[in-house]
Design a protein around this ligand. Structure first.
Ligand code: VGL
Ligand code: ZN
Length: 197
């Protein structure tokens, strides 16, 4: 069984949003077109409380895009984004949300961020997606969405580590590309056994 995982196609990651990914909106049509070719369609939605610890606004000594040490390791600090219930956290209005079988929300605990659809950034707290996929006999996962070098890459690498055949469809992704993070993410994904298309 094959699933399409549609990562974080939300207003805040599109042009005009709080953490806009360049041309993030341009993938929506191709993602919509892919949805009908899979046995399951799963969306992820970045979903933070207003005082989330990944927001630079919560740290007196650091600004956006700087790195801080969290108990679970290094963490990039972001502009406030995808606050629960806001327009910024809503899916892009052209995204065909009716095709979604499941929406996994992530990053909803104040003290820990979650890039991956499978595990929070401590790499141990599960989101429940692995159990969902296994109980639906899903073996192959194709990833599209935003951003290639953060939530897509972390999700795809965790998928490979959990035993799925993981593919990233790069033409239907866009990257933040912070200090070379796109190239690094591609190398890391290849080394983790993820297929890049
Ligand atoms: C993401 C940074 C912070 C993403 C989410 O979806 O890639 N990036 N929160
Ligand atoms: Zn986030």
């Amino acid at each position: 069984m094959q699933a399409l995982i549609v990562v974080d196609i939300q207003n805040d990651f599109c042009p005009g949003g709080a953490l806009a990914v360049e041309h993030g909106n341009r993938i929506v049509a191709s993602v919509n077109a892919m949805m009908t070719n899979y046995d399951a369609v799963i969306f992820t939605q970045d979903w933070h409380p207003a005082d989330h610890s990944s927001f630079a606004s919560q740290h007196d000594d650091k600004g956006p895009y700087e790195v801080t040490q969290m108990p679970y390791g290094p963490q990039v600090l972001w502009p406030d984004h995808c606050v629960q219930g806001t327009q910024g956290a809503a899916f892009h209005s052209d995204l065909e949300t009716r095709h979604a079988d499941l929406i996994i929300r992530k990053g909803f605990r104040r003290e820990i961020d979650s890039y991956s659809a499978f595990f929070e950034n401590d790499h141990t707290t599960p989101t429940g997606l692995d159990g969902y996929c296994k109980s639906r006999a899903i073996t192959d996962l194709t990833f599209v969405g935003l951003a290639t070098d953060f939530c897509v890459a972390y999700s795809a690498m965790d998928a490979a580590a959990c035993g799925y055949k993981a593919t990233v469809h790069l033409a239907s992704c866009r990257a933040i590309d912070l200090n070379g993070s796109f190239d690094k993410a591609c190398d890391d994904m290849k080394n983790a056994g993820v297929t890049l298309l």
